[in-house]
Ligand binder design. Structure first.
Ligand code: UTP
Length: 298
């Protein structure tokens, strides 16, 4: 007899994409940062695929009034597909359809960029009252290989509460990140979180575990978001709401992801990601490798 299917720990994945993308100006005057491609696939499509792979059934994209192109990327594209078919470009049809077929997409609007915490709060009404937890994926953060959300869901099943994702980074680089104060559990890759500090000096960092853009949040976060006050720049910080929950005894754990990561949110990280993916690409990799070698020796 086959095992009964287990209810997935979360049904909705929230993708905040309403920021200003100032680090990518002037491109982001008109092109949402989340649609910038790595090779030919926008970062937000990669993250949608990751959410679908982890079992999410609906993707709630938080957008702002000027960023309609994001929803359009996931909309039905049958006209373009018919045109491609008529031209005999069948392999492109699959690529074009993919975003629409991956997962059900809904958008919610954040009228003003009042911070990540505020953006997550905008998804509140779109998450069913029966959903005890939901995922949040930052579309400018590629966590590789995919699969960490599945591990995070298993940690919530075991410990309850909320589960975040961390990377172990060299102490000399830690000042660029939000850093967790943790204690061990019986699993080397899972730590209990007691607090978080933003961008500490290396000698003051409570650990070398840096926050990554993946969250599995208990719906108690919405109530916590209502009770925190805006921080610098008038923005509501998601980490402040998580800190409030921790102070009230809500269990928070991190899964330490032993893999790679790309920050697509700034031009330097984006170039790295692009080159990394291009080097592995069967069409572009060999040529790029030869060109880079010559360029570096030139
Ligand atoms: P970032 O801080 O990386 O994005 O937020 P940003 O604010 O657009 O970029 P810069 O700093 O101005 O260059 C991480 C994610 O959260 C979303 C962003 O769109 C990005 O995908 N975000 C941020 C919102 O949805 N709303 C906000 O108010 C802030």
């Amino acid at each position: 007899m086959s095992e009964p299917a287990r209810a997935p720990t979360f049904r909705s994945a929230v993708v905040p994409a309403a920021g200003l993308g100032t680090r990518f100006l002037p491109a982001t005057k008109t092109v949402p940062k989340e649609l910038l491609p790595v090779i030919a696939t926008p970062g937000i499509e990669m993250v949608a695929a990751e959410a679908a792979e982890a079992g999410a059934q609906q993707l709630l994209i938080v957008t702002s009034p000027g960023k309609d192109a994001i929803a359009a990327h996931f909309a039905d594209s049958s006209e373009l597909e018919a045109e491609l078919k008529a031209r005999g470009k069948d392999s492109l049809v699959q690529k074009v359809r993919r975003a629409h077929d991956l997962i059900d997409v809904r958008t919610v609007t954040q009228d003003e960029p009042k911070g990540l915490g505020h953006a997550v709060g905008c998804a509140r009404e779109a998450i069913g009252p029966d959903e005890e937890a939901f995922a949040v994926l930052l579309p400018d953060d590629l966590v590789l290989p995919t699969g960490v959300l599945t591990k995070m869901a298993a940690v919530r099943e075991r410990h309850g509460g909320s589960v975040l994702c961390a990377f172990d980074v060299p102490r000399s680089e830690i000042s660029a990140y939000g850093v967790f104060t943790v204690s061990d559990t019986d699993d080397d890759d899972v730590k209990q979180v007691h607090g978080m500090v933003e961008k500490p000096a290396p000698e003051e960092a409570p650990s070398t575990l840096a926050a990554a853009g993946r969250y599995l949040l208990d719906r108690a976060i919405f109530d916590a978001l209502d009770r925190i006050t805006p921080g610098s720049g008038g923005e509501l910080q998601l980490t402040d709401a998580v800190a409030l929950l921790i102070s009230e005894g809500h269990p928070v754990h991190v899964v330490v992801h032993r893999g790679g990561r790309h920050d697509l949110g700034n031009p330097g990280g984006y170039v790295r990601a692009y080159v990394d993916f291009a080097l592995d690409d069967p069409d572009y990799g060999p040529d790029l490798r030869a060109w880079l070698a010559a360029r570096l020796n030139g």
